[in-house]
Write a protein that binds this ligand. Structure first.
Ligand SMILES: [Zn+2]
Length: 121
C-alpha cells in the first residue's frame, strides 16, 4: 500500500474515531480505569414517579447494545490506528497476509483478509 492511500485511510480513521467518541459520550462515560471501555449512564431516579422510571429503564436497555456496538467500532478504529503507527497496517491478524487494499478502503478497521473473515463467519 502506498503512503498516500495509507494517509487517507488514517485521516478517515481519525475522523471516525472522533465521531464515535462524540456519539459514545452522549450516553456513556469513559471508564478512566479501563482503556477503551465505556459505561452507559445509569438511569437516574426520576422525580416524576414510576411511569417515568419505566421510560428511563427502557431507554437504558435500548442504549446498551448501541453502546456496545460503538465501543467495538471504536476498538477496531484504535486497533487500526495502532497498526499504522507500528507500520504493520493491513496485515491479516490471522494469517499475516496483506489485506486487499479495496477492502481496507471500504472498511479501514478490517482485521482479517477476506478468506479469514469468511472462516470466522
Ligand atoms: Zn487472513
Amino acid at each position: 500500500m502506498d503512503k498516500n492511500t495509507q494517509a487517507k485511510i488514517r485521516e478517515g480513521l481519525l475522523k471516525k474515531k472522533e465521531s464515535l467518541q462524540t456519539m459514545l459520550s452522549s450516553f456513556a462515560t469513559k471508564d478512566p480505569n479501563l482503556k477503551g471501555d465505556w459505561d452507559s449512564k445509569y438511569p437516574r431516579v426520576p422525580e416524576g414517579g414510576l411511569e417515568e422510571a419505566a421510560g428511563e429503564v427502557e431507554e437504558y436497555s435500548t442504549s446498551l447494545p448501541i453502546e456496545h456496538n460503538l465501543e467495538t467500532q471504536l476498538q477496531d478504529v484504535d486497533n487500526a490506528l495502532g497498526k499504522i503507527e507500528q507500520g504493520n497496517y493491513g496485515a491479516c491478524e490471522s494469517c499475516g497476509m496483506q489485506i486487499e487494499e479495496e477492502r481496507l478502503i471500504v472498511s479501514p478497521g478490517a482485521r482479517f483478509c477476506v478468506m479469514c473473515s469468511g472462516k470466522q463467519g
